[in-house]
Design a protein around this ligand. Sequence first.
Ligand code: F6R
Length: 261
Amino acid sequence: MEIVPLESAEQVAVLAADVIETVVRRRPGAVLGLATGSTPLPTYRELVRRHEAGLAPSYDGVRCFTLDEYVGLPAGHPESYRATIARELTDALGIGADRVHGPDPTPDGLPMAGERYEAALEAAGGVDVQVLGIGGDAHLAFNEPGSSLGSRTRMKTLTEQTRRDNARFFDSVDDVPRHVLTQGLGTILRARHLLLLATGPGKAAALAAAVEGPLTASCPASVLQLHPHVTVLADASAAGALARRAHYREVYDAKPEWQGL
Ligand code: F6R
């Protein structure tokens, strides 16, 4: 794992946008895996800013897969992850809805949604770079503690804590769905590059447990330790509990430019 301790959330966004653009420049038909939540928003804004300034690679051939989706929201609900990704990123980059895929949370689609999503990911050739956030309880996508490290896309039940954390996007915690469809930890591991973003003090303990603690289903994000190409970009407060923080920074500072991230 490459862990890059940075000063600010803005620096995280700039480096994350660099990583994503590098992938798209190398592979114009790249498949991007997209997380929602607050953490990636500055990165998405940076990508949109560069695109609007004419500085970005073409997204004309890019396809996107969302990490997860709420179950039980009416179609087109502004907080559905499909609507959120369109609003925050893909519409502005000119990536049409036909090139943005998400698991199907409709009552008819639900029973087969996991299998179908896995098949769609495979048919697309897999994800080139997967953007990830981390929950305060170290959940990854919506794989809450106890999720199988080999899991595939399926329906899961959110913990009370995660529903309370996400209540800020809704009128009240009662409006936050209990169920979600989420890529499994095993699904996430199949992406070629994992890009975990962590900002704010609320992520410090979870991030330290994920990258420096034991590999365990009790800490879903610790599954990152099994992947051969992980980049963790953390601001100063999220990196605050890392025991080897100074070493990670030393490694990054001494890194030859040709290696990239
Ligand atoms: C979002 C997702 C979640 C979030 C996590 C952190 O698609 O899968 O795992 O990444 O809950 O959320 P924020 O960034 O809002 O703190």
